[in-house]
Design a protein around this ligand. Sequence first.
Ligand code: GDP
Length: 299
Amino acid sequence: WLERLTGGFKKTADRLGENISGLVTEQALDTATLDDIEEALIASDLGPEASKRIRESIAARRYEQLDERGLRTILAEEIEKILAPVAKPLDVWGFPRPHVILVIGVNGSGKTTTIGKLGHLLQEQDYGVLLAAGDTFRAAAIEQLKIWGERINAPVISGKEGGDAAGIVYDGVKQATATGIDALIVDTAGRLQNKAHLMDELAKVRRVLGRLNPEAPHDVILVLDATTGQNALNQIEVFARDAGVTGLVMTKLDGTARGGVLVAAAERFGLPIHAIGVGEGVDDLRPFDPRAVARAIAG
Ligand code: GDP
């Protein structure tokens, strides 16, 4: 899987490589070079905060000179320092059952796919999983969740298009409790065009859940599409403020040059990152390993 991960970040590493190329070959590591390195990191989507922090760490190391290999090694170390504090596997242990995971994010971010892959990941750890089709606005979303349910052999609870999401979630908790299911994973609508309505609906789902179990939802996972770069950061801001996000999953890290946005998100928001999506297949959700990812990004 490490090879797969490194392969997934290849374009990100190539972009970073292009940006830092030639910066440190002949010259001493002076202020101008440090400026160039900081700019190269910003151009690689790491964000101004993380880029500045890395620049300061490199400056504090007091190198006279550094070749490109050395720079990449240092970058991997510094990126790992930023990622390590937010790496947190999803923990669905604990009682009473079921552990409820709300999955939120804008349409197209990879929510439904992530739910299928996450269900599979939990099943591999011997947890029984129920999927709830809480995105009642799009018939296609309900259908797609059912397809994922078949693919991973997990039951799916759903209602009619246009139905009440909170009602489905209520039924989901009841069914999970009655059948001894460990984790209920809830898909939600993601139409940011009507943000007030979306947030109202999420609030209603939360109220219904809270009445069944004061600790639910246990997780509110925001799914982000890495290919949208800085836009993903704006989404974290909006959802963290209005929807009580407890953790992140970043998808589509395969085949994008913008994987550096993971580092920007970690530095700016400090929210737990549970896993990353590196493909469309059932096994393509990986627990977030900060060292492997840092090395893959630095190339
Ligand atoms: P939703 O609208 O948020 O539910 O998004 P979907 O789950 O339908 O995903 C939108 C598209 O992104 C689909 O074509 C997925 O197959 C694709 N997708 C989701 N996650 C990944 C990923 O990690 N890598 C790649 N390459 N594609 C992904």
